[in-house]
Design a protein around this ligand. Structure first.
Ligand SMILES: [Zn+2]
Length: 491
C-alpha cells in the first residue's frame, strides 16, 4: 500500500524581541490575573481605547480565571489588530501552567491564518519556566490531522516572545520539537511507520548530530539471540528492528538506558483484538517514540550525560507464521517464556530489549510502554503507572514529573505477585492469572529481565494517546514523559 506523504510541516518562526510598530502585530497575547482591577502592565493598551479594558474588567465582562481566553478587537489603528487575554488566575503560575496556558492561547488562534503573534505575559511567569512557554506554543502547532488536503491548523507566520532570552527560546524550541517528534511518530499511520521506517526516521533525525544510531535488522536480531522480538514480528510482512541511539557526552559515568516498546501496529496477533480495540493501535509504539523524543532533546541541548536509547520494534500481525499460544520462546537472556496470549506482546518485545540494555551496565534502566489496559483501569487515562525494583530511583522520576506537572503514580511490586507469572512449562508466562492486577503482573514479567539493576517501568497506555482534544493540545499522541525524563536526566 502506498500512503500519501504528510504535507503538514510545523516550521514556526519563533523570535525574541519586540516591535516598535504595534500595528504590525496581528494578535497580542497578554495575561490577566484574577483580580477586580486592571493590572498596571495593561495600562498602555487600556489607554488605546479610552480605558476600555478597565471598563470590561470592572463590569466583569473580562475575567482572569485561569485558562479563560478572551479575544478582543482593538479599537484603534495604532495598536495590534487583536488582543487575546489569557486568564492567569490568582496564584503563582507553575511550569505546567506556563506550558499549557501558552499552548491553549496559541491553539485558539490556529483556526485562521495569522501574521505576527506576540506572547507578552512572560513577566508573569518565573524566568526558569520561560522555556516551557515556547515548548507549549510549539506543541499547540502540531496536531493529528496529518493527511487533510487543507491543513486544519493554520500556523502564524511568526510567534514572538518579547521578554524572553534567546537561550530560553532556543531551549523551549528544542523541548517543543522533541515532544512533537514523539507525537508525530505516534500519529503516523501504521503503513507509514513500521519497524524499518521507524528505524530510518531515527537515522535521518540524528544524521547531523553527535548521537550515533545503530539498527539491528532481522538477521542481526537472530545473530544476537533476540528470539522474543522476532517471535512477535513473525506474523508480519514487515520484519522487526532494534534501534540503539547512543548519546555519550558524560565522560566515564555508567549510562542511563531508556527502553521503549515499539509495536508499530498491534492487531493482537492470533489473540486478535476486536475491531474497536484495534482502532488506535498505531499508538502501541509510543514508548519507543518517547525514547526518540528524549534522545533528540539530549542531543540538541548537548546534555553532558551518557544515555542510551533502545527501541524494540515489531508489528504484531496475524498470518500462518504468527507466533502461537503455547509457544515457548527462549529469550536473549536464556530465560524461557510461555506464550498464553499473543496480545501480551509488548512485554515479550521488552524482554529482549531489556536484556540488550543490561549489556551497557547501566546505572539505571527506565522503560516506557503502552503496556496494559489494566493500568488504564487502575489509574484512568491521564496518569502514568510506575513500577520499580528501586524506590530511590522512582522517587527521582516522581520528583521530575512533579516539576513538569506530569502525573505518575506508583503501583506495588509485592513479592506475592511473582507466582502469578510462573509457567507450568517454561520459566515464566506472558500473562498473569486472570486479569486482576494486570499492570503489575506485566511489570513482574519485565522484572525478570533486569536482574538487580535499578529499574523503573512506566506504563503509558493511558496518557500516551488521547481520545479527546484539550484546550492546549489536539487529540491523538501526547508526547507524555518527554519533559519528565529530560528533567530527570538533567538533574
Ligand atoms: Zn497487544
Amino acid at each position: 500500500m502506498k500512503m500519501p506523504e504528510s504535507n503538514f510541516d510545523v516550521s514556526v518562526n519563533l523570535t525574541v524581541g519586540s516591535t516598535d510598530q504595534a500595528s504590525t502585530i496581528d494578535v497580542l497575547i497578554v495575561g490577566l490575573p484574577d483580580q477586580d482591577s486592571l493590572p498596571p502592565s495593561l495600562g498602555e493598551l487600556d489607554r488605546l481605547g479610552g480605558s476600555w479594558l478597565t471598563r470590561l474588567v470592572e463590569s466583569g465582562q473580562l475575567r482572569g480565571n485561569r485558562g479563560e481566553l478572551t479575544t478582543l478587537g482593538v479599537p484603534t489603528d495604532t495598536g495590534p489588530k487583536m488582543l487575546l487575554v489569557v486568564g492567569l488566575g490568582e496564584s503563582e503560575l507553575s511550569r505546567l501552567d506556563a506550558f499549557e496556558l501558552t499552548a491553549a492561547a496559541i491553539r485558539s488562534l490556529l483556526d485562521r491564518p495569522r501574521g505576527r503573534v506576540e506572547v507578552r505575559f512572560a513577566d508573569e511567569v518565573a524566568t526558569e519556566h520561560h522555556d516551557a512557554m515556547v515548548a507549549g506554543a510549539l506543541t499547540a502547532c502540531e496536531g493529528q490531522a496529518l493527511y487533510r488536503s487543507e491543513p486544519s491548523l493554520k500556523l502564524p507566520t511568526e510567534i514572538a516572545f518579547p521578554n524572553l532570552s534567546q537561550e530560553q527560546l532556543d531551549r523551549g524550541r528544542v523541548i517543543g520539537e522533541s515532544i512533537n517528534q514523539a507525537r508525530r511518530m505516534v500519529n503516523e499511520p501504521p503503513a507509514v511507520l513500521y519497524p524499518a521506517s521507524f528505524a530510518k526516521t531515527v537515522i535521518n533525525l540524528f544524521a547531523d548530530s553527535e548521537t550515533s544510531v545503530e539498527v539491528w535488522d532481522e538477521n542481526r536480531l537472530a545473530d544476537e539471540g533476540c528470539r522474543a522480538i522476532l517471535a512477535v514480528g513473525s506474523g508480519s510482512a514487515r520484519p522487526p528492528r532494534l534501534v540503539i541511539m547512543s548519546h555519550l557526552c558524560g565522560g566515564d559515568e555508567p549510562p542511563i538506558v531508556l527502553v521503549g516498546k515499539g509495536v508499530t501496529f498491534d492487531s493482537g496477533g492470533l489473540s486478535l483484538k476486536p475491531s474497536d480495540a484495534m482502532i488506535d493501535m498505531k499508538c502501541d509504539m509510543a514508548g519507543a517514540a518517547t525514547v526518540v523524543g528524549v534522545m533528540h532533546a539530549l542531543s540538541c541541548l548537548g546534555i553532558q550525560r551518557n544515555v542510551i536509547g533502545l527501541c524494540g520494534l515489531a508489528e504484531n500481525m496475524v498470518s500462518g507464521t504468527s507466533y502461537k499460544l503455547g509457544d515457548v520462546i527462549k529469550t536473549r537472556s536464556g530465560k524461557t517464556i510461555e506464550i498464553l496470549n499473543t496480545d501480551a506482546e509488548g512485554r515479550v518485545v521488552l524482554a529482549d530489549t531489556l536484556d540488550v540494555a543490561k549489556a551497557f551496565q547501566p546505572r539505571a534502566i527506565i522503560d516506557l510502554a503502552t503496556l496494559t489496559g489494566a493500568c488504564m483501569v487502575a489509574l484512568g487515562r491521564d496518569v502514568v503507572g510506575a513500577m520499580t525494583n528501586n524506590t530511590d530511583l522512582l522517587k527521582q522520576i516522581e520528583s521530575a514529573a512533579a516539576g513538569e506537572g506530569e502525573l505518575i503514580w506508583e503501583l506495588p511490586m509485592f513479592r506475592h505477585y511473582d507466582d502469578q507469572v510462573k509457567s507450568k512449562v517454561a520459566d515464566i508466562k506472558n500473562i498473569g492469572d486472570g486479569r486482576w492486577g494486570g499492570a503489575i503482573t506485566a511489570a513482574k514479567f519485565l522484572e525478570n529481565f533486569v536482574d538487580e539493576l535499578p529499574w523503573v517501568h512506566l506504563d503509558i497506555a493511558g496518557p500516551a494517546f488521547a481520545d479527546q482534544p484539550k484546550p492546549h493540545r489536539d487529540a491523538g499522541a501526547t508526547g507524555v514523559m518527554v519533559r519528565t525524563l529530560l528533567r530527570w536526566i538533567e538533574s
